[in-house]
Design a protein around this ligand. Sequence first.
Ligand code: HEM
Length: 537
Amino acid sequence: MFPFTEPALAFLRIPTSQNALAAAILPLAALLSWRIWRFTIQPFFFPNEPEELPYWIPYFGHARSFFQDFNAALDNGRKYFKDTKVPYSVWIAGTRIYIVTAPTDVADLDRNTTTLSYHDTIRDMYKWIGATQDTINKLFVLDPSTPYNANLSRPILAVSMLTEYHRQQASPGKKLDELLHDRIIPSMYHALDFDDLHEHPSVLGRTAEGVRISLLDLCSQLFVRSTAEAFLGRTIWKVNPDLLRSFRAWERTNWKFMYQIPEFMSKDMMSAKDDIIHTFVKYFQVPIAERRDSSFFAQTVESMLREMECSEQEMAKIFLLHFWAILGNVYKVAFWAIAYLVYDAKLLEDIRTEIVPAMEDHKLNEEHLIENSPRLHSLVNEVLRLCVTSGLVRDIVKPTLIQGKVLREGSKLMIPYRQLHLNRDVWGQDPCSIKPERFVINTKLINSKSYRPFGGGHTLCPGRFLARRSVSFAVALLVGRFNISVDTERKENGEQKKAGDSVLSFPKMDTTKPSPGASLPHEGDDVIVFLRKYTKF
Ligand code: HEM
């Protein structure tokens, strides 16, 4: 109900002839008073608290700007505080979130496990995916009697054991080598064999000289398909030959999951999520004897969850969250690395020169590649800097001191990695431009506190070795086997497009939505490349 009714205006001694004017002015005056109180006067009473980024709409605060463009909203915060990197807070629909961007603060927060909680944040993800309270208790309540704890000197939570199994699978050593060399790399060779595969899913067209492909599709085949099969075995395709399509739909819509958009506005995300969960349920129903070709991780996690008496439905939800981490980032990093190469002939030649000695009889020697490819590794590191836009989010469970300011308990803390990765003090005045050789010129940058593509502290990504090695291998294999160029002959909508048309311009990264890792190009933006066999090897 509108608050300024006639009796109220009379009480305020405002003549009714001026009602319309008053009706407009009074709410504005009230809003202005509230704003002055909240952002000018109130901070005087709480000098120990970080400043708040001002806003105009009470309760909702910055919800709209963060919803519209997550990273632009963070950049506005940076500019408002004049790039001083002081911690500040934003108010989003009833929640206070502290934003921390100073590299030294980030390093301190990494060590903090007493006043910040990671588990509260992860518990929310399990709740949102639809896990029952019983499953959440099984994951987050310590039970020293469970079989997986039997051989440990100190019992741990089931949710930590899941991460431990990732570490065992993907840390340097026999299990990672086996995963890469016996499973992922053979699938990559297969995905790049366009001769054998007439119905190759990424091929848009063929000529006598070569094939025309969608780079996004190719990266999906090279990484998502090969890694899913490497972890789950071939049965996964028997259960659902269309899993990649569901995963692609999930990738485009999972920001709605992160924002917890109501169901009626996120039917596309819900449907992709349900498809994947349903696929995993059917996968678990296939007798284990028929799934012996799955990975150590998949087998161990499945048997651990069965021992904990989780239903197949609940196991499938847990698997979705973990396979999102396994499959959701690597292909995007590869997409951007290849896109930069395709658009920079000199860079492409430099990388090719570097990897030529690792090629023999069309095969690539990974050991040689690891030891002798500083430029390739620098490119991958630089691409990670530019495309990882995720942030660390934690719950503040006790007052937390940063730069002499106290962050309130009950609020959230966010470290936006993109802000660190574009920190002008470290990356120069043009941090958004790619400098592929940056990490060769200054090898110390890899350890910079402003560089965290895989997070840090006790939640440092356990998949980082697998990610780096598989991206470097696939990029090198592609460069070593093919002459790659942007497809200038591309026909779209029946029209012949020429170089310089927008369809040929470099794809734009979609940083508008929160991502749990790397960002995709905007929907519809892709690179159509032409691959000609490279005949020198
Ligand atoms: C380029 C690829 C990847 C990027 C950019 C990436 C990035 C990250 C980041 C930033 C975190 C930290 C999250 C936090 O602290 O809140 C993380 C955690 C994690 N990542 Fe990755 N990741 C990648 C690939 C992988 C792969 C291939 C796997 C599995 C094989 C994986 C599994 C995980 C898991 C399980 C966690 C949670 C760790 C924990 O809870 O302690 N990631 N990743």
